[in-house]
Structures are given as structure tokens and as C-alpha cells.
Design a protein around this ligand. Sequence first.
Ligand code: FES
Ligand code: FE
Length: 428
Amino acid sequence: RAVLKEMRDGVPAGRVPARIFNDREVYELEIEKVFGKAWCFLAHESEIPKPGDYVTRYIANNNIIVARDEQGQIHAHLNMCRHRGNMMCKSEMGNASHFRCSYHGWVYKNSGELIGVPYFNESYERKLKRKDWGLVKVRIDTYGGLIFGTLDPDAEDLLDYLGGFQFYLDIYLKQGLEGSEVHGPPDHWVAETDWKICTENFSGDGYHTPVAHQFGFHLGYFPSSGSTHSKGWAVHIPDKGHGIGLGHTPGMPPFFGYPDDLVAQMRESLSEEQLELFGKTRTAVGSVFPNLSFLIQPLSLEPGDPGVRFCTMRLYHPIGPGRMEMWSWCLVPKGASQEYKDAAYQAYTLAFGQAGTFEQDDFENWTKVTKMAGSTLARRVDFPYIMGLDREPLKDFPGPGHAVEPYVTDDNFRNLWSTWARYMTDGE
Ligand code: FES
Ligand code: FE
């Protein structure tokens, strides 16, 4: 607890204990203090485009139905029958106007109201009030097609929670005038990895790229390969925990890897400040606290080809100490040609699908970090977070938040850990 309080007050010595990456006590506290309070990603609106469409998702250990009702309104409810608690909906996605419990047959509309109770008159003698026994509602809000939910009825509004980070999220969500959409259902799989390692890496760890993904340079997957990897900016929203790394390669044409028609659309969908910054951005790797991340970058499908921009959205769903379920989506510009969408999907699959080569590079390292963190001796070990400790924020940066240059720095991570520690010690 003393260490958490110290971290909350600004990771003063630049140190983070190894133990937090694999520890039952830390995990149980996170479920209550972080995932019980924060806005957590549930689904993208394009996953449930039609009335009746639904997906089942999680906020920590809570299984949640996210459904679009017959009027087009989106709802989220705990996937639990109010009669005796059976799981209502057993499939991950589908289309249904109603859900009928397989135990005693109570029926709910996809908007959550209880409308059917077998033998209602004979059994309950009119004493049960159906309107009191709807599915348990989860508070939701959306930004740019992303549906978030929170278990905290008193949580601040989503936009306040994002705190300006939406400026950067637009690089992923406003790829063209019609925005972005998912390309196919998500991959998901279990990994012996602590969710926080992934959030940290995707808050802008440009430091690992030339080493962990070095074969990608050798094989020519990066159209901009060379010694320019550390150019760019690291930006975070102080006290909110969100962070992004914007990699820049001097001399690369603006919006490299996007087709011309899409660039023309983005000139309308993005602000002047966003155009200035995103035009120069080669790679954007960002995390929304606590466990949602994005990556956009150009990738050559064949060594030497000019490259295509692909975008992945990923969720690190905690399922135990040092254990998570990884969810991975491909996001594509809705207004792009089918040919471009397919090429972007191919690049995503090659790099960051379940069997993606970059995904495997990362998880090879992340599972080993988690394994090591669980050992007895590791409980005495701290890690240094002192990179860029004295770096001044840029004054004339076009976007909100705390921006520094270059982007290989621990700035974003210090903010992530002090935010996490603040959640973990809330009320103390
Ligand atoms: Fe659902 Fe009884 S548990 S109807
Ligand atoms: Fe990586």
C-alpha cells in the first residue's frame, strides 16, 4: 500500500515494482478499484449495425450483452437472468429481438425489460411486478463509434474521462468522412500475460521496436526502415492515464500508405491541427486507460512494395493474476474501396492478427515478463522509469496534453502508473 501511494504521487523515483505484473492481491484490487470505476471498452458500433444485433463482452469478470434495440438505440446489460441468475445469452454475437432464459423461461426485450414470465397468473398470483425485474443496466457512452461502459454510476462523463485524448483517437476513428468500421469479428485468445504490460507497451513503447521486431526491418515490412525510429512525439493526458506515441519519419510523404481518395476525405474529417500532426505521423500507437489500445502504421505486404496503412484495436481483458484474454480487431476506413479494406486486413493479419508475426514477438516477451514477475525474488525488484525525467513539454505542439520529443521516453508510462496507483488507492 505504501508503494502504491508513493506511485500515486508521481512515481517520484521513476520506479515501478516488478510485483505488480503478477500478484493475486494486486489483481483482486484492480478488479474492484480500476475496472469497477473506469470507463471500459465494450464494442464498436459497426459490430452491431442493425436493430437486434448484439455481442456479449466483458468488463473484468462481468459478462455484458451489448444490443441495438428495434429503435436503433444501444443498450448494455449484465448477461444474467433476474430470476435465479442464469446466463441469458450464450453466444458471442447474433441478432435477437428478445432473450429467453433457458432455465425457467423468463423473456426480456433486447432493451432489457422483462416481458414474459411463464405461468405468471397461476404462480405469482399477480404479486410479481415485471417492470421491477428487468436486466441489470450498465451505464454506457460512445465516442467516434466506440461504445464504453462503466460499473460506477457516479463516474465522470466519457468525454471528461478522455480529457482531450479524443483528439488523438481520431487518427484511428476518423479515417475518412464515414469514419472507421471493424473488418470482420475480433480474434480472441488467452495469454499468460498481465494486461498492464500491454497497455504500457501500446502507450508508445518505440524503444522495443528495433529489437523485438527486428526481423520486420530485415525483411522489409517497414516501408520507412532505417535509423529514424525514435523521431516523433510522446503525448499523454496528465492524471488520466491515456498515452500515445507518434512516430515520424522525416522525408516521408504526408499520409504515406493511404490512397489519395481517402486523404482527400480526411482533409474534411480532421481539424487543421490534426492534419498537421497526422500527416507527419508514420506510426501511432496509443492506449486509453485502462486496457484499450490502437495501432496504425504502414506495412509492406511484400518486401519493397510501397505499403498499406493498417489499424488494429485491441483489448486486454484481465482473467486472473498474470492472465488475460486478448481481443484484437482490424479497423478500416468505412469509405475506402473494398480492395483497400482487404489489403489493410491482410496487413493486419500478417502483423497483428492472432498468428501475426509482430503479435508473436510481443507476446513472447510479455509472457516472460509476467512469469518472472511472479517469482519470490522478483518481489524485491523495481524497474527504472527515468527516461526523459527532466524533459520539458513542447510549448507549440498542435494537440492537447503533455507532449515531448522524441517519442522514446518513459513520460507516458510514468503518467500511466501514477494514474493506475491513484485508482488503486482511491478513498485512502
Ligand atoms: Fe432465468 Fe429462472 S433463472 S428464468
Ligand atoms: Fe511490439
